[in-house]
Design a binder for this molecule. Structure first.
Ligand SMILES: Cc1cc2nc3c(=O)[nH]c(=O)nc-3n(C[C@H](O)[C@H](O)[C@H](O)COP(=O)(O)OP(=O)(O)OC[C@H]3O[C@@H](n4cnc5c(N)ncnc54)[C@H](O)[C@@H]3O)c2cc1C
Length: 356
């Protein structure tokens, strides 16, 4: 959706196909705060850092209001003994990423003032952290795409090649194109497999819990990366998310499970007070399917020599952070031929190869 909105409509007539089944973006929690990740992949970090730094441009280009994206700050909860080392690490990261803003060690009283639902615990605060509501972002970009005259077909599609043309077929359409761009998450594999490509991608189920709470001041609260498996993401008007699970065995399954609720709820007990106010509120599951490569890194670009096929996938658990930037980079490549992405990824042939 980001890519489609950045493409130059004086050069391209664009049709978007998306059946929205298992869509990770709509389900996602929305933390934009990659800087103190423990991941060692330097190319991934460069992509995630530049993806986070891209948000001011994204906000201005698509006029995203605060209900969609806000720079609310991130709290990171760790054992007190680990926080000073994390503070030093964050300071070194800030040398290359001034968009991190202020980095502060908070006492347990200060943490409670930042977010009164938390039990008293010390924390590290990064003021430049943000949150993106994936569902609201998609709704905004869909409206912009319609305003730009793009066609949107919400149906399952298959891709075939006829001569030099790409043919997209759905239950009600069969359309021919010069260029095909596949950003189908883990479905890249079943889409490109029949065309002779080996794709290094696997699906992973993610569930999170969405609570409607009485805390109307929640929009001023930062997002919280907890010491363990779950995160807490306050949105506007009392909406609070707790998530997310990372379920490798569940693959494409999209059913809500009691086990996910128990895991996320149980984990939240150790850091939340006032949990009874959550439990009395109705809650919903958000469920999506992430796409992972073997080295957990995203890939994007063209695997074909004639440059008529482009892909982006493998965005994993940081796709809201890197996805909009990847969409922008691909659009630049198609609009102006500008392309300099070696710093961000290994060669695309590491993930996608023609086998016949
Ligand atoms: C629960 C959860 C929490 C997350 N939290 C965060 C977070 O805090 N921070 C962060 O940075 N990232 C987060 N992520 C990751 C992020 O959401 C994803 O990496 C990113 O949204 C992936 O975007 P995408 O466009 O590649 O795929 P998707 O958003 O999954 O879009 C792919 C679309 O392609 C469609 N499609 C596939 N095949 C076909 C076909 N044959 N025909 C038609 N349509 C098709 C699908 O239906 C889907 O709608 C989270 C993900 C989940 C699931």
């Amino acid at each position: 959706m980001t890519l489609a909105n950045y493409l130059d409509t004086t050069q391209f007539a664009i049709t978007l196909y998306d059946d929205e089944i298992g869509q990770a973006t709509r389900a996602s929690a929305g933390i934009i705060s990659p800087w103190v990740s423990k991941r060692r992949n330097k190319k991934w970090y460069q992509l995630a850092k530049d993806g986070a730094a891209f948000f001011p441009k994204l906000v201005s280009d698509f006029q995203l209001d605060e209900s969609i994206y806000t720079r609310c700050g991130t709290l990171i909860l760790r054992q007190e003994t680990q926080l000073e080392a994390l503070y030093d690490f964050a300071q070194t990261r800030k040398e290359e990423a001034p968009e991190m803003g202020n980095i502060t060690l908070l006492s347990k009283e200060e943490t409670s003032l930042e977010l009164p639902l938390l039990k008293e615990t010390p924390a590290l605060k990064i003021s430049g952290g943000g949150r993106l509501d994936g569902k609201a972002y998609l709704a905004r970009l869909q409206q912009l795409a319609i305003d730009k005259g793009l066609s949107i077909v919400k149906e399952r599609a298959t891709l075939t090649k006829k001569g030099s043309d790409w043919v997209v077929t759905t239950a009600t359409h069969s359309d021919t194109f010069d260029l095909a761009i596949i950003t189908a998450g883990p479905s890249l594999k079943p889409i490109l497999g029949p065309l002779g490509y080996h794709v290094d991608i696997r699906p992973q189920k993610g569930q999170l819990l969405e609570f409607q709470t009485p805390f109307l001041e929640s929009e001023q609260w930062p997002v919280v990366m907890l010491d363990g498996e779950a995160d807490l993401i306050p949105f506007q008007q009392g909406k609070i998310l707790i998530g997310a699970t990372h379920e490798n065995e569940a693959l494409w399954d999209l059913r809500p499970t009691k086990e996910a609720f128990e895991q996320l709820w149980h984990h939240s007990q150790s850091f939340l007070k006032k949990t009874e106010e959550f439990l009395t509120s109705p809650y919903q599951y958000r469920i999506g399917t992430r796409a992972y490569t073997s080295d957990f890194a995203p890939f994007f670009g063209s695997p074909s020599e004639d440059d008529t096929l482009f892909v982006a996938s493998g965005l994993g658990s940081s796709g809201l952070t890197v996805g909009p930037f990847i969409g922008y980079l691909l659009a630049q490549r198609l609009n102006t031929n500008a392309w300099s992405v070696e710093a961000y990824q290994k060669p695309i042939s590491n993930y996608l190869k023609k086998v016949e």
